[in-house]
Write a protein that binds this ligand. Structure first.
Ligand code: FAD
Length: 396
């Protein structure tokens, strides 16, 4: 829609082919139905892509301020929640309505239930076959998104994937994997701590090397870990597991104390709880269910008495509050994910988002190998790339 609007504003005659019964359905589920459409805290490290230098070049030309200005011009009032930008009415459906209104104002035709089945270039024009019709166009923008979060019903609508269209023009597709998704762990104790939500610092390790770190509210579930910090790490986890790496994560529930201060604190606490039960020693430090598990994993019993003899095992068990190790098994699948990492490589498009394989063919949005963190960054990429692809496609 953004690409269509940008192209039509430049005077192009534009139409949209959409395989669903209506355009823009994914927008409706964004931001828990409120649509977090961009974020004022922009930096390139919020993104993963094939080429972050080229990515920066796109954002230099259309960024979060441009998004705010664009929606302002469309008449959408916005709300700033600590940098996270939402429509003031907090209704994702209104964002879609406003975009559709713009399509209407600009005379852009929407063909729905028009899943593309084949695209060919014949005599310098694109011939696009849908289920029941054939369309011709001088320029073609592929904005087919990713399979993340698509319902089974929509998945079964006729039409091939955007990746297959790209492949038919000689593009290579970087492995499409789930991102912004929950993570399953190997350990069999998760049932006992499911439901806990706790502020936590998560460090991801590949062998003995820390490769990423995130803070925020962790959610422990019966299969593993979830919550924003886990989502933020999940794209990297998908890619690393896909390349055969073995990963584990260290959960720090005591991030406000550095290691030295924590060790001092623990020693002092062991001293002051001498003669009391291990259960009472742990009580009040972290979530109760986690205390019980740590006592068990530490080879202790709740009724054990803190004593000189037990000082060492109690100390070692206590360290788990700062270094709780979990082994990563997999991420949840693409159906559970908000976005996908992978897609059409940025190495195969130019500054105008035109294919380096086929003149007049453009890409925008999630079909490209660009994925952002949670917080409005993926829609920002959709707006940025849509605006640029639409603008350049109409200028060429
Ligand atoms: C639950 C959920 C919550 C999210 N929340 C946020 C959020 O708050 N903020 C944020 O920034 N991002 C969020 N995202 C991510 C964001 O929605 C996507 O990154 C964004 O929608 C991608 O835009 P797109 O135009 O590239 O693809 P899409 O929005 O997926 O649109 C692609 C369109 O192409 C159509 N299509 C596919 N194949 C064909 C074909 N062969 N023929 C015709 N049409 C076809 C599809 O039906 C679809 O309508 C969320 C995603 C999910 C699933």
């Amino acid at each position: 829609m953004m690409a269509a609007i940008a192209a039509a504003k430049n005077g192009a005659n534009v139409f949209i082919l959409e395989k669903n019964e209506r355009v823009g359905k994914k927008i409706l589920s964004t931001g828990n139905g409120k649509c977090n459409l961009t974020n004022l805290d922009f930096s390139l490290d919020k993104y993963h892509s094939t080429d972050n230098r080229l990515l920066g070049d796109y954002f230099d030309r259309f960024n979060e301020k441009s998004t705010i200005a664009f929606f302002g011009e469309c008449g959408l009032m916005l709300k700033n929640k600590s940098g996270y930008i939402y429509p003031s009415c907090e209704q994702a459906s209104v964002v879609l309505d406003v975009l559709r209104h713009m399509l209407d104002v600009l005379g852009i035709k929407e063909y729905t239930e028009a899943g593309v089945k084949e695209v060919k270039k014949i005599d310098d024009r694109f011939v696009i076959k849908t289920v029941d019709r054939e369309y011709r166009a001088d320029r073609l923008i592929i904005a087919c998104g990713s399979p993340a979060g698509v319902s089974n019903k929509d998945k079964n609508m006729p039409g091939i994937s955007g990746y297959d269209i790209a492949k038919s023009f000689g593009h290579k597709i970087i492995d499409v994997l789930p991102s912004l998704v929950q993570v399953e762990c190997e350990e069999n104790f998760f049932n006992s701590i499911a439901g806990i939500r706790a502020d936590c610092c998560i460090t991801l390790f590949d062998e003995n090397k820390a490769i990423a770190r995130e803070n925020g509210e962790l959610q422990l579930t019966n299969y593993g870990i979830s919550g924003i910090p886990v989502f933020q790490l999940s794209g990297l986890i998908s890619r690393e597991l896909n390349s055969g790496k073995k990963l584990y994560a260290v959960l720090d529930f005591m991030e406000e104390l550095d290691e030295e201060a924590f060790a001092e604190f623990i020693k002092g606490r062991i001293h002051s709880f001498r003669g009391e039960t291990v259960e009472n020693y742990f009580l009040g430090m972290v979530n109760k269910k986690l205390c019980s598990l740590i006592i068990k994993l530490g080879g202790l019993k709740p009724s054990d008495i803190v004593s000189d003899e037990l000082a060492e095992p109690v100390f070692m068990a206590s360290l788990m509050m700062k270094q709780f190790v979990v082994t990563i098994k997999s991420t949840k699948g693409i159906d559970s994910a908000q976005v996908c990492t992978g897609g059409v490589s940025l190495c195969e498009v130019d500054r105008k988002l035109m294919s380096l394989k086929e003149d007049g063919l453009y890409f925008c949005g999630e079909i490209l190998d660009v994925d952002g963190k949670c917080g409005g960054y993926n829609l920002q990429w959709a707006w940025t790339s849509g605006y640029l692809a639409g603008t350049y496609a109409s200028l060429e």
